[in-house]
Write a protein of this length. Structure first.
Ligand SMILES: [Zn+2]
Lengths: 491, 499, 110
């Protein structure tokens, strides 16, 4: 097994006691990327030189006994939706191809402050719209477990990078499940924090009221460690919350006393793959075995979640993506007859089909005559969904469910049918609508070897308890220890 | 046939006088010579950047709303107004749609009618809201259809929009309304309202109600005249547009093919309004609440704190100058309209010297003449209010003649009288030139008696009814007693010669 | 403020003209196959979201964001601006001072 497949906490330990250096670790990751990323497609940009330089500098500072940040020397991959001043940022789109932003996202600054080694930018569905990473303008990302299957999305590149051992940690963003679902497809831990827990400054917006940045790691401890670095108040993001960041990593060993787990029967209905159902039920049994109380809860409005989401998110997206007009940055086509056509032709040429579809949907939903019936109605239903969850969390600590109805699907399997694809987001999008934290943890494999995740949701700003609940399951299982093998791999 | 009624509503845009832009820390400064140097990820609308509301912009907005007698909302929010234009980098303007921070309100404006009478007009407001300004497009003027250039220094400047009801009845009234808004905003310190720099701009909606041949009342289609950026421009554009609409009405007999609202521009050089191509789909702005900006709530306490920051509005001040200080309407207008600092200066002089009318005369004539000649503002005027008050005090008490007072004033303006305070310098100038009026009337009478006896002929002529003869006597007395008050000399001479 | 905010939704009945109108509004150039594809697909999605009519939202306040906090303000203090070079660095066309765009026609006289 290569060095990069060790959990982050183990690597941090080895770095600090001198068993390895950041440069060794960085080189190991870069070597893995060179060998295998051609098949996986996790990265859009590999920052080999700057990563080596950063690693060397951290090693020197460590040798000199200087104080170092919490992720000192650890390679971290960053989804290409976060702006970086020294690496291109494309959001998986032709629109921004070749653009290097003049500023760093808040979370990227935090990573630099923590002395992480930024190893590269990961692939994603264009502007984070999609759940397979097939909507990337630069080719799909495949799950390292089965290269003819998708990595999930939209943070497919980050999930696959951690899974494949290209980086021990990665950062993604989640608007409707874009961290949790690829984490499930790639067999890693992925956490979407509460809305406002992590600054969105420098996160290229898809749907502003739903977007949130979060960690990927091989285990719960790694996710906790990275979340601790990413989280925190930022005055540049009015929606970021000024609340102290708890030491998520410190209490992980402590089980949640009298853990109450809610399950919603709606989540186990038609359309759920039997192997996924089996994995979730097995996980629930493990919790029962640990003394948890598993009880049924009602989420009466959850059946409206997909419809609600696919009005709110495209509406905001249609507005957020209006700025790509070929004037101040991004692509401009020369093929036009004046200003209006320049806008249309530039946008028409540079955006992919799914982005166009959602811009169209959102523009329609906000247009004169339809606002009340669509956008406003969706906002009202959104409140009902949020109320469902606050009521549910009066009785339970976490809500357990599948992450996606199936394990990773084959490339091209869903792309012809947008509505079917949207419906597959049913388990994850409520957390975004209600602003709740949610985590996907490895909970098994299909018979043919594709990973299956378990989703746990918790009340807003109870990530500490959510992580502890997740760690309880992890201690009883070894799904998270499994690693994919590439053809020709020695291990 | 009754004459047509003019119906005008104004949308006035006022840039707020903050240090920084509304949503970012870039300087809020007029800077056309250095394009695109006051930008950052936020006001460039770069992907990932987020807006955060400037507290000062809110404070100034609410003060403006209160001064316009509007109702401040308990909760207000910002919406995205979506349209494509190169000076709008996000392709949406953050504005306010259905919950503006201020609703209602009004402004009373004194307008001179055609018959010369002053009439007070009550202009109601619909709302006041706070939004971001766009950048600036500079069009190719060569006529060769070259690229337009975009400068985003102005993008994100806090901008107040004050929307009136269609209560304005003439072009002159529109101008007065705009002048009064400007004065109020400048008084409040909300804006510098510099029209050359575009910090006060105005769009006007205008139409007419005319009776047709069947004596039915017809309304001409509403025209929005855009980009009016001088007081003269507002008045001239509206005068033109009113007569254009009337001509059009006469031509079509009140039967219009298209009654939709039309947008017209104002060509100040040619003195005409011209039809503008409407922005495509302009009517569908797809407003929705900006998810990046949280709503803002105003507590009653906070609103009262802002109210306490308000100064006396110009209209109230004019009234008070007339009613309490006894000034003429004209003088009160000149002093107040000149700006808050000038009115403050006048008031300080009037209070300190105790003679408001004399203070008004001196400030409106001598002080303003000097300021105009020197193209300076009252803040840099060399004679402070205390100094001018003491000079006027000396005149009132008879220590100085008015003429000597003017001489002292102009010496002060020429930096004479040493380095001391104005009061000390006045004393030294009076001393140096022997300007002090002869307070000892005994001494003056002795001189007068001597002059009469030396000039028997002139004295006799005056006694005999030749009034002009007194001039020679006054002149001789004045030569002997420098600084004497000519009026006092004249009166003493008369009482001696024609008892 | 000429916008009207009420009409019957056209669930599942999107015409080609609707699609073209929305594409114009969004300044989104679509080719013929996209227009056709979207007419069907968007109609399908709009048909599906009609399910929301079953939700009783009588008296329910709309929820615009996951957080309902208010009053996040910044002080009126200068922050860092970009240099002009940085500001223009991503622009497809500029002349080292300004962003350049094809002539803006809206203000031309008729
Ligand atoms: Zn700025």
């Amino acid at each position: 097994m290569t060095a990069c497949r060790e959990p982050a906490s183990v690597l941090i330990e080895r770095l600090s006691n001198g068993e390895t250096t950041s440069l060794e670790l960085t080189e190991a990751c870069l070597a893995e990327i060179t060998s295998h990323d051609g098949a996986v497609g996790a990265f859009l940009h590999v920052a080999g030189d700057s990563a080596r330089q950063a690693a060397e500098s951290i090693d020197r500072r460590r040798a000199a006994g200087e104080p170092l940040g919490r992720l000192a020397g650890l390679p971290v991959a960053v989804k290409d939706v976060l702006v970086t001043r020294d690496q291109p940022t494309t959001c998986g789109s032709r629109m921004l191809e070749g653009w290097t932003p003049p500023y760093d996202a808040h979370t990227v600054e935090k990573l630099r402050d923590a002395d992480a080694v930024l190893i590269g930018k990961t692939n994603m569905d264009e502007f984070a719209m999609g759940s397979t990473t097939e909507n990337s303008a630069f080719g799909p990302t495949r799950t390292p477990w089965q290269l003819d299957c998708v990595a999930g999305g939209s943070s497919g590149g980050s999930a696959a990078a951690v899974s494949a051992g290209f980086a021990p940690l990665a950062v993604g963003s989640d608007t409707g499940g874009s961290i949790r679902q690829p984490a499930s497809f790639c067999g890693v831990v992925g956490l979407k924090p509460s809305y406002g827990r992590v600054s969105r400054y420098g996160l290229v917006a898809y749907a502003s009221s739903l977007d949130q940045v979060g960690p990927f790691a091989r285990d719960v401890a790694g996710a906790a460690m990275l979340l601790e670095v990413l989280a925190g108040h930022d005055r540049r993001d009015g929606t970021s919350v000024d609340q102290p960041v708890p030491p998520y990593g410190q209490q992980l060993e402590k089980p949640v006393d009298g853990l109450r787990i809610g399950i919603c029967p709606d989540h186990f209905g038609d359309g759920l793959d039997p192997e996924v159902r089996e994995a979730v039920e097995r996980a629930l049994d493990i919790y029962r075995g640990l003394g948890a109380d598993v009880q049924e809860i009602e989420l009466p409005h959850s059946r409206f979640a997909v419809a609600c989401y696919y009005l709110v998110a495209p509406s905001e997206a249609s507005s957020n993506l209006a700025r790509y007009d070929g004037i101040h940055y991004g692509r401009r086509t020369d093929d036009h007859d004046g200003l209006v056509e320049m806008y249309s032709n530039s946008r028409g040429a540079a955006f992919g089909t799914e982005v166009k579809r959602r811009i169209m949907l959102g523009t329609y939903a906000l247009s004169a005559g339809y606002y009340d019936a669509y956008y406003l109605k969706a906002q009202k239903v959104r409140r009902l969904i949020q109320q469902d969850y606050s009521q549910a969390f009066a009785d339970v600590d976490v809500i357990a469910s599948p992450v996606a109805p199936t394990p990773a699907v084959r490339l091209g399997q869903l792309t012809d049918d947008p509505l079917q694809m949207y419906l597959a987001d049913a388990y994850t999008i409520s957390a975004n609508l209600a602003g709740l934290p949610g985590v996907s943890i490895p909970a098994g494999f299909s018979q043919d070897g594709r990973p299956i995740g378990l989703q746990l949701l918790a009340n807003a700003f109870t990530e500490d308890r959510l992580l502890r609940a997740a760690a309880m399951h992890e201690r009883e299982t070894d799904w998270h220890l499994a690693t994919p093998t590439f053809a020709g791999d020695a291990c | 046939m009754p004459s047509p009624t003019t119906i005008i509503g104004l949308e006035v845009h006022v840039q707020l006088q903050t240090r920084t832009k509304i949503f970012c820390g870039c300087a809020n400064r007029f800077n056309p010579d250095e394009p695109n140097v006051q930008t950052c990820p936020v006001c460039l609308g770069l992907p990932g950047a987020l807006p955060v509301m400037n507290r000062r912009a809110l404070e100034l907005s609410v003060r403006a709303g209160l001064a316009l007698s509007g109702t401040i909302a308990g909760l207000t929010k910002w919406d995205r107004k979506q349209y494509y234009y190169p000076d709008l980098p996000k392709a949406y303007q953050i504005s306010q749609y259905d919950l503006p921070f201020c609703q209602g309100g009004h402004l009373d404006v004194d307008v001179e009618q055609e018959n010369g009478e002053i009439q007070s007009r009550h202009i109601r407001l619909i709302r006041v809201h706070l939004e971001e300004d766009a950048g600036k497009n500079l069009h190719d003027e060569s006529g060769r259809g070259g690229d337009s250039r975009v400068d985003l220094n102005r993008a994100g400047t806090p901008l107040l929009e004050i929307v009136s009801e269609p209560d304005i009845r003439s072009a002159a009234e529109a101008r007065r309304y705009l002048e009064e808004i400007r004065l109020l905003m400048v008084y409040l310190g909300v804006s510098d309202c510099n029209m050359q720099e575009g910090s006060l701009r105005c769009d006007a909606n205008v139409n007419l109600e005319i009776s047709n041949s069947a004596n039915e009342s017809i309304r001409t289609p509403i025209v929005e005249v855009k980009n009016l950026n001088s007081f003269r421009g507002v008045e001239a554009a509206l005068v033109y547009e009113i007569s254009r609409q009337q001509r059009e009405f006469e031509q079509c007999g009140g039967i219009y093919a298209d009654t939709a609202k039309q947008t017209r521009g104002w060509d100040a050089d040619r003195g005409v309004t011209f039809a503008q191509r409407g922005k495509e789909e302009a009517s569908d702005y797809r407003y929705f609440p900006d998810p990046d900006l949280l709503p803002v709530s105003f507590s009653d306490e906070w609103i009262e704190i802002q109210r306490a920051e308000l100064c006396e509005p110009p209209a109230d001040r004019r009234r008070r100058f007339v009613a309490e200080l006894g000034l003429s309407e004209y003088d009160a207008g000149v002093l107040v309209d000149r700006g808050r600092e000038t009115a403050d200066y006048f008031e300080a002089v009037a209070t300190a010297c105790g003679d408001a009318k004399q203070a008004a005369n001196w400030v409106t004539q001598d002080v303003l003449r000097e300021l105009n000649e020197r193209e300076e503002t009252i803040e840099s005027f060399p004679i402070d209010a205390q100094g001018l008050a003491s000079l006027l005090g000396m005149i009132t008490s008879g220590d100085l003649t008015t003429r000597s007072g003017r001489e002292v004033f102009s010496s002060l303006m020429n930096n004479q009288g040493g380095d001391g305070s104005i009061v000390e310098r006045i004393a030294s100038i009076v001393e140096e030139r022997g300007l002090s009026a002869v307070a000892d009337s005994g001494a003056l009478e002795t001189v007068i008696d001597a002059v009469i006896s030396r000039n028997e002929k002139a004295a006799e002529d005056f006694r005999g009814g030749k009034d002009a003869a007194i001039g020679k006597l006054i002149g001789e007395v004045m030569r002997e007693v420098g600084g004497a008050d000519p009026n006092a000399v004249r009166e003493t001479l008369i009482s001696r010669l024609r008892p | 403020m000429s916008e009207t905010h009420s009409a019957e939704p056209s669930h599942g009945q999107l015409t080609r003209e609707d699609v073209l109108k929305v594409a114009r509004l969004a300044r989104l150039g679509l080719d013929e196959s996209e227009v056709e594809e979207f007419t069907g697909q968007l109609g399908q999605v709009l048909g599906y979201v009609g399910i929301l009519e079953e939700a009783d939202t009588e008296g329910v306040e709309p929820l615009a964001g996951a957080s309902e906090r208010t009053d996040v303000l910044r002080e009126d203090e200068p922050g860092e601006s970009l240099t002009r070079d940085q500001a223009l660095s991503g622009a497809p066309r500029h002349d080292d001072r300004f962003f350049l765009v094809p002539p803006v026609l809206d203000t031309s006289a008729e």
